[in-house]
Structures are given as structure tokens and as C-alpha cells.
Design a protein around this ligand. Structure first.
Ligand code: ADP
Ligand code: MG
Length: 457
């Protein structure tokens, strides 16, 4: 007997021993004897073989029970999260957590590139460990660095828990900010210039023929003065932010008129669909989770937008507000104009946190300064065939290339990518939007050259 045959025999013996053959035969005989052959024969066999299986009515009841249980669990989880958020850690606990977190970060010899690891010396750790920002926030260094302590691969690894964090822990934040924003040699007292939106008319439609650009978007982030940033917002304050923004948008007029939707009122399916259309955010990022960004979700989260979906305000995504203007074409001038108008309107009612040295304050040090990211979703099929050249070109133009989902370039689909200004601090708003404009024009020119070369060759 070959080995396959012997295996087959063994298997058949096993099936017989276990009663499988017998049970299957009975089921098949039963089906054979059935006068009205059922449409769904598999279901018939399954039901026959499984005496204790639930019937359809029982099945429906169980399905219902499961749904109810799931809802109940999610409510309990929220409640747990809420209670967890209320637990105050003692200074001793903070000390222990900070020491452990720091040790695990420094002991990891594979992930050594975070700026937190680079600049948090043992001396600074000692100095800052038990210091807090002013009451009632009382943020510890740990509240800012917890995400970097846990996620060693984070490029930066620190968030400001409130506006005061930047000053109270300045010897740590300052070099991180200078390093990230390429300001290492800058000894000025002021890193960020005064806001200057320049002459909006100098920003134009970059693709009037709709050949390359699918959409354009400019966003800025702001935090309301006097409230902590997301790592230390209380549940009440999440709601307070939402309330303040909601009432500030009530006076909007013209094309900025819209309505506010709170996240809890948007069903899951609609949320997913809105995320796909780039007009809503979701939670999920692990580093932000650890930093406390999704506490009390979906409380206080939501979106304001006009019917055309060209002016939007995301509430409590990370910073209190992300204000953005969009267009489903390359008209960057139109987008910029609307952003400036919307921001000006909001600033009439809301005072935002600013820093004399760093400009507009955001929880993440990478967003400081203008907090402005101007981007286009652009299709450059020929250029994107050579990602190395494309990235080098983008670097030269002070631009950053991302996938259209905001992720790594690896996710470029169909030659479409997200191209935006790389720098946010040290330049005016106008300079950064102009950088995108000039850079995109240069990239389109490069693409056109390749088109011509292809036609000639
Ligand atoms: P940001 O940090 O500027 O908010 P993200 O990369 O987190 O940017 O993206 C947030 C959302 O905005 C994503 O859905 C992204 O696809 C969308 N987005 C960014 N730029 C554009 C653009 N030019 N056109 C359309 N959607 C965009
Ligand atoms: Mg945003």
C-alpha cells in the first residue's frame, strides 16, 4: 500500500470509529426519504445532524440577545473609561510610572530614533519628574510623555498636555521643537513669525483643466485658550469645547453657513462613509490612544460643515478644532480664501492659545507655528513610477508626500497621492501656501515633461 492509500484507510477507520460516517449516512437517508426536497439541502443536513441546534425562532432570539449584550458591554466600557479618567494618580505613582516608562524607552536598543529618547536626559527626568503645570490641570511630565514611553517607534514621542507644558517642561520641549522643525541653529527668542495670510489673490487655481488635481485642502489646528489639551481634557471640558464651537459657528454667514453634527448622532455606517469622503475623522491611532486622545469617545466630538462640504470644523479630533477648507478641484486660491474667512469668523468669538515663541499652540509639537497643512490629492502617473525621484524632488521643493489616506507613500493608489507643505513653524501662513503652490506647479511641469518625452520616444 502506498502511504497515501494507508493514510486514507486510517482516516476512514477514524471516521467510522467516531460515528461520523453513521451520522452522515443517516442524514443523507433522511434527505432521500424526504418527500418535499428542501431548497437548502445543507441546512437540512445540518439541522438533522445537530439535534440541539436552535430553530429559526430561537436563533433570532439569540441574535437579539447578542446585540443587546454588545450594546451593554460598550456602555460598561464607556463607564469604565469614565471612571478610570477620574482616578487621580498620587505623586508616588507618577514617579514610579515615569521611572519605569523612561527605563523601558532607554533600554530598547532597536527603537532609538524618537526625539523624546534623544532629549530626555536622566538629569532632566530627575528635574521634571515631580513638577506639574499649574492647577487645576496639574499635568506631569508623564502625562506628556506616556505615549512615547510606550511606543518606542514614535518619531517624536511627546504631546503637550496643556499650554503651560511648553514652558514648564521647556528644556525638553524646546530642543524637540527645534530639531523637528529644522531650527537647530536658530537662537532667536521667537521661532514663529506673526500670523500673516498675505495677499490671498496671489494663490491660484493650479489645475484649471482638471487634469491632475482631484482635490485641494488647507487645514489649521487651534486650541481654545484656558482649556487643557486633549491629554488632560475632562469629560466636561470635551463637551465645553463642543459647546463653544457650536455657538461660535452660529454667526457664520455666506458660504460658511452650515450645521453641526455631534458624533454620537451619526450612525456607524454614515461615519464610515463620511471618513471615506474625507469629511470626518475616526479614532484608532495607538499612539494617540495611549496619549489619552480618545477618552470619553464619542463625547464632545463632531463636525461642522456647510452643505457644499467645502468648509469644515472637526471638533476634538486631537486639538480642540481643526478648521479646514476643501475643493474637489485644484483651486487652491478659492480654498485659501475660504479658510482665511472661516478662521477670521471663528476668531471673533473664540480666543485661541498662542505662544510668544512657538506661535499657535497644538498638543503635538510637530503642528506648532502656523499649524497649517495645505495639500492636494494629485495624480501624477509618470512621476510616481519613480518614487525615489519623486520624493527627492518633493524634498527639494519643501513638500511632503503621503498616501491619500494620510499614511505612508506605499499606499499610493492609481498614481494618486497627497502632497503638502512639510514645514509648519518658522514661516508665515502665506509663505507655506505659496510653497505648496510653487511646488505643485513644478511637479506638474515635471510630469508634463515626462509625457512629452514619452510621446517623442
Ligand atoms: P491632517 O493632519 O492635515 O488633518 P490627515 O492626513 O490626517 O491630515 O488627513 C485627514 C483627512 O483629510 C483624510 O481623510 C485625508 O484623506 C483628507 N485629506 C487631506 N488632504 C486632502 C486633500 N487635498 N483632498 C481631499 N482630502 C484630503
Ligand atoms: Mg486635520
Amino acid at each position: 500500500m502506498t502511504s497515501i492509500e494507508s493514510k486514507r484507510v486510517q482516516y476512514r477507520k477514524y471516521l467510522e470509529r467516531a460515528g461520523v460516517i453513521d451520522a452522515l449516512s443517516k442524514a443523507l437517508i433522511k434527505l432521500y426519504e424526504e418527500q418535499n426536497k428542501p431548497e437548502d439541502a445543507i441546512r437540512f443536513v445540518r439541522k438533522f445532524m445537530c439535534e440541539s441546534c436552535p430553530d429559526d425562532a430561537q436563533y433570532d432570539v439569540m441574535k437579539n440577545d447578542l446585540e443587546e449584550a454588545k450594546t451593554h458591554i460598550s456602555k460598561l466600557e464607556q463607564e469604565l473609561e469614565r471612571l478610570r479618567g477620574q482616578i487621580k494618580k498620587s505623586p508616588e505613582e507618577y514617579q514610579e510610572l515615569t521611572t519605569e516608562g523612561y527605563k523601558s524607552l532607554m533600554d530598547d536598543e532597536e527603537n532609538v530614533s524618537s526625539l523624546l529618547r534623544k532629549y530626555l536626559t536622566p538629569e532632566l527626568l530627575e528635574e521634571y519628574m515631580l513638577v506639574t503645570t499649574p492647577a487645576p490641570v496639574d499635568a506631569y511630565l508623564y502625562d506628556c510623555a506616556v505615549s512615547g514611553f510606550e511606543h518606542h517607534d514614535a518619531p517624536v514621542g511627546i504631546f503637550a498636555a496643556d499650554a503651560d507644558s511648553y514652558d514648564v517642561f521647556n528644556k525638553l520641549f524646546d530642543p524637540i521643537i527645534k530639531d523637528y522643525h529644522g531650527q537647530m541653529d536658530n537662537e532667536n527668542d521667537v521661532l514663529q513669525k506673526d500670523p500673516d495670510f498675505g495677499n490671498v489673490d496671489e494663490i491660484e487655481n493650479l489645475d484649471p483643466e482638471h487634469k491632475y488635481i482631484l482635490s485641494a485642502r488647507i487645514r489649521v489646528a487651534r486650541n481654545i485658550e484656558g482649556l487643557p489639551f486633549f491629554p488632560k481634557l475632562t469629560e466636561k471640558q470635551f463637551i465645553e469645547v463642543e459647546e463653544k464651537v457650536r455657538s461660535a459657528t452660529e454667526t457664520m454667514d455666506g458660504e460658511l453657513v452650515g450645521s453641526y453634527l455631534t458624533m454620537a448622532d451619526i450612525d456607524a455606517e454614515t461615519q464610515a462613509e463620511m471618513v471615506k469622503r474625507h469629511i470626518l475623522f475616526q479614532r484608532g491611532d495607538e499612539k494617540l490612544t495611549t496619549a489619552g486622545c480618545y477618552r470619553f469617545w464619542p463625547t464632545g466630538r463632531g463636525v461642522y460643515h456647510n452643505p457644499a462640504e467645502t468648509f469644515l470644523i472637526w471638533v476634538n479630533r486631537q486639538d480642540h478644532v481643526h478648521i479646514m477648507s476643501m475643493a474637489q478641484c485644484g483651486d487652491l486660491g478659492d480654498v485659501y480664501n475660504r479658510l482665511v474667512n472661516g478662521l477670521t469668523e471663528l476668531e471673533k468669538t473664540l480666543a485661541f492659545a498662542r505662544h510668544p515663541r512657538y506661535g499657535n499652540l497644538t498638543a503635538c509639537p510637530t503642528n506648532l507655528g502656523t499649524t497649517l497643512r495645505a495639500s492636494v490629492h494629485i495624480r501624477l502617473p509618470l512621476l510616481s513610477k519613480d518614487p525615489d525621484r519623486l520624493i527627492a524632488l518633493a524634498e527639494e521643493l519643501q513638500l511632503q508626500v503621503r498616501g491619500t489616506d494620510g499614511g505612508e507613500l506605499a499606499t499610493v493608489e492609481d498614481g494618486v497621492m497627497d502632497i503638502s507643505n512639510k514645514r509648519k513653524l518658522g514661516f508665515t501662513e502665506f509663505e507655506l501656501v505659496k510653497t505648496l503652490q510653487d511646488g505643485v506647479v513644478a511637479l506638474i511641469n515635471a510630469e508634463e515633461e515626462l509625457e512629452i518625452a514619452g510621446q517623442e520616444g
